[in-house]
Design a protein around this ligand. Structure first.
Ligand SMILES: [Zn+2]
Length: 89
């Protein structure tokens, strides 16, 4: 799996657009559950996962490729696992 650091800005924007298309098809883009507005910012992130309390990190932990939707009004943020959406990096 590639990390977002290995993608060009154009490739990142294409993956974001693909993920947003899937979310819209599934009816998951709606008004913000916190403030009721509909103004979102989308970003592609690698969400790091730790299944145990971290005592010390010598290798990068596994991560989930994630689309974040952040409300432009209140900052509420939603995370979507790209693997579940069928989006490969
Ligand atoms: Zn909001």
């Amino acid at each position: 799996m590639a990390s977002t650091a290995q993608l060009t800005q154009e490739q990142i924007q294409a993956k974001i657009a693909e993920a947003l298309r899937v979310l819209k098809e599934r009816g998951l883009i709606a008004t913000c559950p916190r403030c009721g507005k509909n103004s979102w910012r989308a970003d592609l992130l690698a969400y790091f996962v730790s299944v145990m309390p971290v005592q010390g990190v010598s290798v990068p932990p596994p991560h989930i490729p994630t689309l974040t939707l952040t409300c432009n009004i209140c900052g509420s943020t939603q995370l979507y696992n790209l693997n579940i959406l069928g989006i490969t990096l």
